[in-house]
Design a protein around this ligand. Structure first.
Ligand SMILES: [Zn+2]
Ligand SMILES: [Zn+2]
Length: 274
């Protein structure tokens, strides 16, 4: 898999619409749509660099998934959405509902480790926010997360720039923020692993409107690491694009994780008569 074009770095005239676009711009849009799963074989033959019928259908599907007016044209709202920072994960072609559940861990106790830290934020802040991001999920479903310094762990966390050893190189500031791999058997040896693009302007301060809120993105990526795909529901944490801090699960996210793991198990102490 190659890096999808970073639409936010493209020189696209706001007023360019569909068939007025030139070859390179259409090619970039097609690559973007293909990368995220919107260009599908059943849409017919694709002509590279041409705003053809297959491309228009893919744009309609993208607009439908993002709750935009479905025109099939690359209007300002559509280009604006494409230019937003987002998760690098494919948007699973939607079928009906909101959340998608892909695969699950067999066990309820999940371990994690840091392979590297960010150059932008302090190690202690990252450790705290990662624990908080895992808590969002463990409070709603039957999973528990623990950091482990040695031995084999389920989820390996790292910060990286550009190419970093898997087939999904990062793309510099904005565009793709992070990606994660589903639980086994998906993802092979990388199953559960979660990578953050260290070229982003990460912040751990929820009041910093210029930065990308690390906790929000971590919680989203851990949703993938426990087996959830993208949701079509705007307002869900598992929605593909980033629109500012969201340090909570929406009802759709809760339904998603409970479909995989059930509600949190009641601990022994909770059962003790007081
Ligand atoms: Zn994602
Ligand atoms: Zn990676």
């Amino acid at each position: 898999m190659t890096t999808p074009p970073n639409i936010s770095q493209m020189q696209i005239n706001d007023m360019l619409y569909a068939r007025d676009m030139a070859g390179d711009e259409v090619h970039a849009i097609q690559s973007y749509l293909r990368h995220y799963g919107y260009l599908q074989d059943q849409f017919g033959a694709l002509h590279d660099g041409e705003y053809d019928e297959a491309t228009e259908k893919a744009v309609r599907l993208y607009q439908c998934c993002f709750g935009l007016p479905v025109s099939g044209a690359l209007d300002q709202a559509t280009l604006c959405e494409m230019a937003k920072p987002r998760c690098g994960f494919v948007d699973i072609p939607p079928i009906g509902g909101a959340f998608t559940a892909i695969s699950r861990w067999e066990q309820s106790d999940i371990t994690y480790r840091f392979n590297s830290f960010s150059t932008k934020i302090a190690k202690a802040d990252i450790e705290r926010d990662v624990a908080s991001a895992f808590d969002l999920w463990s409070e709603q479903c039957d999973l528990r997360f623990a950091m482990s310094a040695d031995g084999t762990v389920d989820i390996e966390i790292e910060f990286a720039q550009g190419a970093h050893g898997d087939e999904n190189p990062f793309d510099g500031p904005s565009g793709v923020l992070a990606h994660a791999f589903f639980p086994p058997p998906n993802g092979g040896p990388l199953a559960g692993d979660t990578h953050f693009d260290d070229d982003e302007n990460w912040t751990c301060n929820v009041g910093d409107s210029q930065g990308i809120d690390f906790l929000t993105v971590a919680a989203h990526e851990f949703g993938h690491a426990i087996g959830l795909g993208h949701s079509r529901q705007r307002g869900a944490l598992m929605f593909p694009s980033y629109s500012g801090p969201q340090r909570f699960l929406a009802p759709d996210d809760i339904a998603g994780c409970q479909s995989l793991y059930g509600p949190p198990s009641v601990s022994d102490t909770d059962n003790c008569p007081s």
